[in-house]
Write a protein that binds this ligand. Sequence first.
Ligand SMILES: Cc1ncc(COP(=O)(O)O)c(C=O)c1O
Length: 386
Amino acid sequence: MKPIAARIEAMPPSGIREIMTLADATPGVIRLVAGEPNFATPDHILEAAAQAGRDGYTKYTSNRGILELREAIVTKLEDRNGFTVDTEQIVVTLGDINGIISSLLALVDPGEAILIPDPSWPNYVSVADIVGAEVVRFPLLPGSGYLPDIEALDRICASTPNAKAIVINSPSNPTGAVYDVASTEAVLEIAARHDLYLISDECYDEIVFDGEHISPASLDDSGRVVSVYSVSKTYAMTGWRIGYVAANEHLTTMMCKTQEGMVSCPVGVAQKAAQAALEGDQSCVAEMRDAYKARRDRVLPLLEEAGILLSRPHGAFYVMVDTSATGMNGYDIARRLVAEHGVAIAPGETFGPGGEGTIRLSLATGMDDLLEGVGRVTKALEDWSW
Ligand SMILES: Cc1ncc(COP(=O)(O)O)c(C=O)c1O
């Protein structure tokens, strides 16, 4: 048989998935590994989905998604993200990840490059591999709360003539950084100077504990910003697979073609569930955010006391831990933590070279398990340090 595609064969598997699989096979493991809310999807959303099934939302929808949902998205973007688009500038996608790949497919020709933060969500690399884009990383500054190193980004853009887009992610996975206005403006300015698109992954836009979320599109009128969102984390709806992209109309029209070729459209009942989420009572969002914040506020002093807190997360639900004193690779740490201490975390290396010497803990776990898990991690790291 002929070999399968070389670029897919060469793709590294997700380090997070590897540890999740290991945890699945090991009884009694506390999971601080996945970026998945431990809450159930709120009842009014479930009810809306059931009703949508009865109302016949069981067919293909437009590539852009159901109009009523896009109207709800337009209102949400205006009220909560501070920018105005019309319904033709929206594409409803199968989660944020589908929004990222679909926009990149529409923007990037094979051989062109995308610039991604280091460290960042590993799926940006797999998406680039699928699209055939080269990946160039730009550094985040751990000493400044993992905000982008603006001078380095500018230099890297200047020395990457095949670059097409910069990807940013605030609030950030894995660092919990929330970009301030100055950083957002600086990145926008660099994108404009080098004539690049700015893909802004905002899937944690409503999970901010300190300060406020800034949507780059609210500061831009050039049309180069591609804003990508999701209901996955905000409403505990990871399995419903609904996200959405707001961008200039030409790009969203091209994305109808990429969506048609990949998925045609998201599931109708899931779109109606997302509409109910966006239009319904928002107290569930505040309740979940408050729970993540309470967990963060309990965990940070423990990590600080152990001398292993790397930076204070201001949003999303992750915290980066310094493992450099162990001299061990993050994958070895992660595998040994599962096998010997019954706790699963994500190895820092999976987020890029900038993640070396770190591990990522997820706060999306109930308080008791979280505190027990953090206790096991700090004890093990202390034992392994020299
Ligand atoms: C930065 C980032 N973007 C996107 C996603 C995926 O979101 P969705 O479930 O909507 O595809 C995640 C999930 O962990 C993430 O951390």
